[in-house]
Write a new protein. Structure first.
Length: 526
């Protein structure tokens, strides 16, 4: 190519860039031909000088010059990567790194990891892109291929801290976003499980990086490089902040309930989900959601995990239609009341439903009318509304309300309402009675099912209302015999006021002292 042709190609390119930066027109069809000319022109010298190329604003080279030291106060990583969840995530990435999830993205926190600092050769740089931050701002980045072993991350794959990451020396590139992805990929190359990732990277035509350069790079990883001047003090916070709105507790509960059959999870003796159940629940969730549900100090599910699983079980238990309301509307309303209402009466009723939910959920699908979840929900709705009506209460409403049609459930709703009325200060006591009723119905259904294969043939099960009455009678009988016991959960005395007054008196003190001293105790009438 002659010098005159090279200069003409440069002129055409600059003219095209100017036009395209101002407006989109038909000349865009000329891009491939002109760029082909420029590929030659830019590689040769004209009269001792390279052709001067004018870039529009969106493709100006980034300023990747490093400061002498990384400024103090910059928090690059604000997450604890030594936790069980984070370690599990990194090992999962190492087992099968997915290039599709670690490549081009317009989100700062997703896609190819973002790094800063270090000295990356120009031939390893590719296309300049733009990404949005969670706060809505935008930042310029440049694709690059780097040996993943040359990038500092905050921990190794087993969560051990890498001290160099936290130094102020800018000579080595550091992970800004995608710390876990880089650590996992580094381990993948060590294990020999990154072959598919590497091939997909080589075949990706969108990075702007020469395939030969990628092929020559050991343990290559696609990264997006940010300008050191853009690494602000709050960059760690920005890189780990979600860009989308988090789901509410009710939305999360419904989503979790759809992920697994909670009725298959094992409950403990109190009717609450066991530790094994919570571990199984965590295993069903995406890795990105697991870390926050684990107590890293004790290596077990935490309180948040229990609450989240209980919320899912709540939706499972009370997802039934009542009085023309759709299933979702019923369960969501009750759960939102549980998690949001500050009204003490609301909290007792929905708190009882919450504690009993794992057991009540097991009523789902029982035959012969033993699935009384709709009865329980109707009673709960009526109880919640009763206190808002003038000159009435839950007990009065139970007597006046319309009963369900059908002999098998006559009076069942009123009986459940009375459970709420008689235990209106303790959600746990109320829940205990509901659990007892549910277990009685489950037991009766099982008895009927097992009798079908017996020599004498199937037995007729008791009607649901009779089972409920028997369970209530047994609960009341046991409550009477436990008047002198202490509630093991709440530590509250179950003594009558008169009995409690006696044990608080001086006479009781003298009596106990006499017994302790081996003297003859004075008989006192209780």
């Amino acid at each position: 190519m002659k010098a005159q042709d090279r200069l003409q190609a440069t002129k055409e390119f600059n003219g095209l860039v100017k036009d395209l930066s101002e407006s989109k027109n038909e000349r865009i069809k000329e891009v491939p031909k002109i760029l082909a000319k420029m590929a030659v022109a830019s590689a040769e010298m004209v009269d001792g000088e390279k052709p001067e190329i004018h870039f529009p604003n969106n493709v100006e080279p980034l300023d990747l010059r490093n400061p002498e030291k990384i400024p103090p106060g910059i928090v690059i990583q604000n997450r604890d990567r030594s936790g069980v969840g984070s370690i599990a995530q990194m090992h999962k990435i190492a087992a099968s790194p997915d290039y599709l999830r670690m490549s081009g993205s317009n989100s700062f926190g997703d896609g190819a990891p973002v790094i800063a600092f270090g000295n990356i050769p120009k031939n390893q740089l590719g296309k300049i892109t733009e990404a949005y931050m969670p706060d809505g701002s935008r930042i310029k980045l440049q694709n690059a291929v780097v040996n993943v072993n040359d990038i500092l991350t905050s921990t190794d794959v087993d969560g051990r801290e890498i001290k160099e990451f936290f130094s102020d020396d800018p000579s080595s590139p550091r992970a800004i976003a995608g710390n876990g992805r880089l650590t996992g990929l580094r381990e993948a190359y060590r294990q020999g499980t990154a072959t598919a990732y590497r091939q997909a990277f080589l075949n990706d035509p969108t990075t702007g990086i020469d395939a030969k350069t990628i092929e020559k790079t050991d343990n290559p990883v696609l990264v997006r490089v940010m300008q050191p001047k853009d690494v602000t003090a709050d960059i760690g916070d920005k890189s780990n902040t979600r860009s989308n709105i988090s789901m509410s507790k009710v939305e999360t509960a419904r989503n979790d309930n759809n992920r697994l059959d909670v009725n298959t999870l094992k409950l403990d003796a109190s009717g609450a989900p066991s530790v094994d159940a919570m571990n199984e629940f965590i295993g069903k969730l995406p890795l990105t959601e697991q870390a926050e549900l684990i107590d890293n100090a004790r290596k077990q599910p935490n309180l948040q995990c229990e609450q989240r699983l209980m919320n899912a079980m709540f939706v499972n238990a009370y997802d039934v239609p009542v009085d023309g309301k759709k299933n979702a509307e019923v369960a969501d309303h009750l759960l939102s009341t549980k998690v949001e209402s500050i009204d003490p009466d609301d909290r007792v009723i929905t708190g009882a439903l919450y504690l009993a939910a794992p057991t009540i959920g097991q009523l789902k699908g029982l035959p012969n009318g033993y699935d009384i979840r709709s009865v329980i929900v109707k009673a709960a709705y009526a109880a919640l509304n009763a206190k808002r009506l003038k000159n009435t209460n839950i007990k009065t409403q139970a007597l006046n309300m319309n009963m369900f049609e059908g002999e098998a459930v006559t009076g069942a709703t009123a009986m459940i309402m009375n459970v709420f009325a008689e235990n209106n200060r303790s959600p746990k006591k109320c829940a205990d009675v509901l659990i007892r009723i549910a277990n009685a119905l489950i037991s009766q259904a099982k008895e009927v099912e097992e009798s079908a294969d017996s020599f004498f043939g199937a037995v007729d099960g008791l009607p649901p209302d009779v089972v409920i009455k028997q369970a209530l009678k047994k609960a009341n009988s046991e409550a009477d015999t436990s008047a002198f016991q202490l509630d093991s959960v709440r530590g509250e005395s179950l003594l009558t006021p008169a009995q409690q007054a006696f044990w608080d008196s001086a006479e009781a003190y003298l009596l106990l002292s006499a017994i302790a001293n081996g003297t003859k105790a004075i008989k006192l009438r209780l």
